[in-house]
Design a binder for this molecule. Structure first.
Ligand SMILES: Nc1ncnc2c1ncn2[C@@H]1O[C@H](COP(=O)(O)OP(=O)(O)OP(=O)(O)O)[C@@H](O)[C@H]1O
Length: 295
């Protein structure tokens, strides 16, 4: 459905993307994961045919996206930063897009607006970042495209709306829609994607199944015990990687199965077991060694 081959773009100043190669299969939800400035938006702009590559090419539904625009009506796109037409309200903007897309998408549009719970009659200049993001999501989904390309779709959405968004993606996926979705948040990608590419400093460092990425991920767990003696006993258990100890608390890091940890925690009367908020750094550090190479 989508193939990105050797895509290279060097910006003045040396940044850009280098030899980016991956393919998205029909019907899958494909994540595009990387820290800020890694090259996600640059790659996506090339995919959508808005930038001319220095080298390489993008083939989407059989079209070279830089040279041919005929793929556009069959694709939905949510840019990282949406440029709206000033002076319109949400509905006006969506109707304008629908005319360009050349399909009657009014019924689907109304359903999406209801799901995302916002007043689309609000003038765009008065909309919050989250509301604008919702208008952009409706625009990307409403014409039932075969592929939906989303650049950081949940930025600006509150947790409840992030959940609604995930439901929408899964419903569309069940109908056979293909997705390419960029994010810098692994948990977000984890809930929806089948596979993901990881990009860092303009280069793809891994393309893996989500299950594989999950099992590679190292998690930090904070445990609290009834008494410091229990914490001591737990910290001496076989096969645990203890990161920190303080009184009746112990932090460990785990990758893969949790069963050993849970067994040891139970036998030492653990009171609570909390996954520590994982920073992006923690996730990415697992994928790179110091030279930035994939392990
Ligand atoms: N038009 C441009 N001219 C010069 N440099 C650019 C241009 N567009 C992007 N860059 C640089 O290229 C790098 C990749 O940017 P890009 O926006 O693709 O990253 P990103 O992965 O989408 O990041 P974020 O998560 O912050 O949106 C950055 O260092 C950025 O400053």
């Amino acid at each position: 459905m989508l193939s990105v081959e050797g895509l290279t773009k060097r910006f003045p100043g040396g940044k850009g993307i280098e030899d980016v190669t991956f393919a998205v299969r029909r019907g899958e939800v494909f994540g595009f994961l990387g820290p800020n400035g890694a090259g996600k938006s640059t790659t996506i702009r090339h995919i959508m045919g808005f930038m001319k590559p220095d080298r390489g090419k993008v083939t989407l539904l059989g079209f070279d996206t830089w040279k041919e625009g005929a793929f556009r009506k069959r694709v939905g796109y949510l840019p990282g930063e949406i440029a709206f037409l000033e002076g319109m309200n949400g509905i006006g903007f969506l109707e304008f897009l629908a005319r360009m897309q050349g399909v009657d998408s009014s019924a689907k549009r109304a359903r999406l607006i209801e799901r995302l719970q916002f007043d689309a009659r609000t003038p765009i200049r008065k909309m919050s970042k989250g509301m604008k993001q919702k208008v952009g999501i409706v625009a990307a989904f409403m014409h039932d495209p075969e592929l939906i390309v989303l650049d950081e779709p949940t930025s600006g959405l509150d947790p409840l709306m992030q959940r609604t968004f995930i439901e929408l993606v899964l419903e569309e996926k069940a109908r056979g829609t293909t997705f390419l979705m960029s994010s810098h948040s692994f948990p977000e990608i984890e809930r929806t994607c089948d596979r993901a590419a990881i990009i860092k400093d303009g280069r793809i460092v891994a393309v893996r199944d989500i299950g594989e990425l999950q099992s590679m991920q190292r998690k930090r767990i904070d445990l609290t015990f009834e008494r410091p003696e229990d914490a001591d006993r737990f910290a001496r258990s076989e096969g645990l990687q203890v990161e920190a100890r303080d009184g009746n608390r112990v932090s460990v890091s785990v990758s893969g199965s949790m069963s050993e940890l849970i067994r040891a925690a139970a036998s030492c009367s653990a009171l609570s077991l909390d996954p520590a908020a994982q920073s992006l750094e923690d996730v990415f550090m697992h994928f790179y060694d110091r030279k930035g190479e994939i392990r």
